[in-house]
Design a protein around this ligand. Structure first.
Ligand code: FES
Length: 141
């Protein structure tokens, strides 16, 4: 985990606001690549919650991870519209290309339903993926 001063600043940016827990967790995950035990404890203290309450939220949502995974991440949409547009036929080739080097994560809708199959890497969105385009995306990650 990064230093506690950075963590305190992220928490302070939301503390006092209603429903601050999820925005804080997203910011911590984005900044440090994980929400570890140290972060859970600091967030719980700042929001006057129990550590169990914070851990329950962290462990419920797949967006939050207890340890940083430094591999490149690609999110591949496998929701209904992308399924209808053929994403399932691309998955095996993408997984082979990813191997252990790239984390290929299934998500359910990236908001590009009419131009799927869709994927996201970092802040970039990719649409109308065919097998060659998806494999190239994985290989350049
Ligand atoms: S269903 Fe894939 S982007 Fe919406």
């Amino acid at each position: 985990m990064a230093n506690s001063q950075d963590l305190a600043q992220l928490i302070a940016a939301h503390a006092g606001k209603e429903g601050a827990l999820l925005p804080i967790l997203h910011d911590v995950q984005h900044a440090f690549g994980c929400v570890d035990g140290e972060a859970e404890a600091a967030i719980a203290k700042a929001l006057n919650l129990s550590r169990a309450e914070v851990h329950g939220v962290v462990s419920f949502y797949h967006d939050f991870t207890p340890a940083a995974d430094l591999r490149p991440h690609i999110e591949l949409c496998r929701a209904e519209a992308c399924k209808a547009r053929g994403v399932e036929a691309l998955v095996d080739a993408a997984q082979v290309a990813a191997g252990e080097r790239v984390k290929l994560k299934t998500v359910y809708c990236l908001g590009l339903c009419s131009v799927g199959p869709a994927a996201r890497m970092g802040d970039a969105l990719y649409a109308r993926l065919d097998q060659a385009a998806l494999v190239a995306l994985v290989e350049q990650a």
